[in-house]
Design a protein. Structure first.
Length: 390
């Protein structure tokens, strides 16, 4: 039986950081997995997961019809050659153009809508175009996974996908054996430290974080504010490195650059902050919850799925540095034991709701159902052939 699976996403980094557990599980179950993505420094790190890598050039942030048509043709050619049993799509362009190509070749499709991003937040003309593309690409999908119920309901109510195939995952899940609880040391003469872990993008609330830092430091000048994550100069939503350096020179933040392992940086932080405008389910907050750190995040789709207000952290108003600063000062004022309990509550929530094995189980179940359906179609074709010969 055909056991080939093709996965595609807009960066190899995404597979390495968010889908490694799924890739390993698929290969353990006997599937031949090929990952299609643009070539980057993480491409060579995928082989140890048990998969093959196929370089696929892609204009991630562009809107050129010509380049997008070329991308569709690339998918078509690869699918014609490989003939996978199922296609797993992630991020906008692989979900749209990869799915259209797979549908055209009668290859089953499982999509993952991780988050709607600035395209849906800003409600521009581009939003209408993207919705039409989603409607076209998802209408024949066998399963469409969302990372929160709000996004699922939005797509179903807008007619972008069928309700019968739409399901919700607990984000991308978190590896609870890799992200173990890390001790939170008492302050005792050291400064309180807030850490934001994300790509340096405007819609991650990086500007609000810096503005809130300025407010807090007027009252509590010793408090530290750190940024950890890559600067993507090609993204129109990016915060420039020059802007971040200006904040550093003003004494507002410390930029820690980017890392392959966030754990030591989170271990040094007293609270993880993400003032995002909208998310699927942010992985940095799952990491924070898993290691036992209290969290401050915005009361928006995706973020509020991870934080129960006053339990494992605080929810603040979106795009509101003043409210964010107030929540930060509340966090600093809490007794150490209460912050420890918030971290423990976060760990318990991660275990009960966000274990990556839940995500893997849903994928394996969806693929198994496709296998059963495929065997049924094969039997029907065989019967039809036999009947035609009688």
């Amino acid at each position: 039986m055909n056991k080939k699976i093709v996965m595609s996403v807009n960066t190899a980094w995404n597979i390495h950081n968010f889908r490694a557990g799924l890739v390993k599980a698929l290969t353990r179950h006997g599937y031949d997995v090929m990952v299609m993505a643009p070539d980057d420094e993480y491409s060579r790190r995928l082989a140890p997961l048990g998969c093959r890598f196929k370089m696929l050039s892609m204009d991630n942030n562009g809107t050129s019809p010509g380049r997008d048509l070329a991308l569709l043709v690339k998918y078509w050619r690869v699918f014609q050659s490989v003939r996978p049993f199922v296609y797993l799509g992630y991020t906008i362009k692989p979900n749209v153009y990869g799915s259209i190509a797979a549908h055209g070749l009668d290859i089953p499709v499982i999509n993952n809508i991780a988050g709607l991003g600035t395209t849906f937040i800003n409600r521009t003309v581009l939003t209408c175009v993207v919705k039409r593309l989603y409607r076209t690409s998802l209408r024949r999908s066998n399963r469409v996974f969302f990372q929160n119920s709000d996004d699922r309901n939005l797509f179903v109510q807008a007619g972008l996908t069928q309700e019968s195939v739409a399901d919700v995952l607990p984000g991308s899940g978190i590896d609870l054996k890799h992200f173990l609880p890390l001790p939170l040391a008492p302050l005792q003469g050291r400064p309180f430290r807030f850490l934001l872990v994300a790509r340096m993008l405007k819609d991650k609330g990086v500007e609000e974080f810096a503005a809130a830092a300025e407010i807090v430091r007027r009252v509590l000048p010793a408090v530290q504010f750190q940024l950890l994550g890559p600067v993507d100069a090609k993204n129109p939503n990016s915060i420039s490195l020059q802007r971040i350096r200006q904040w550093e020179e003003s004494g507002l933040v410390q930029y820690l650059n980017e890392t392959d392992d966030v754990r030591p940086f989170m271990a040094d932080a007293d609270c993880i902050v993400l003032p995002s405008y909208r998310e699927g389910v942010p992985h940095s907050l799952l990491e924070a919850a898993a290691i036992g750190r209290p969290i401050i995040t915005t009361d928006v789709v995706g973020c509020k799925d991870v934080v129960d207000h006053d339990s494992n952290g605080f929810l603040c108003k979106v795009k509101n540095p003043t409210d964010l600063a107030e929540k930060m000062m509340q966090m600093v004022a809490l007794p150490h034991e209460q912050r420890l309990e918030m971290g423990a509550q976060g760990r318990r929530k991660a275990i009960s709701q966000f274990d990556e094995n839940i995500v893997i189980g849903k994928y394996l179940n969806a693929i198994a159902q496709l296998e059963v359906a495929g065997k049924g179609r094969s039997v029907q074709r065989l019967k039809a052939t036999v009947e035609s010969l009688e």
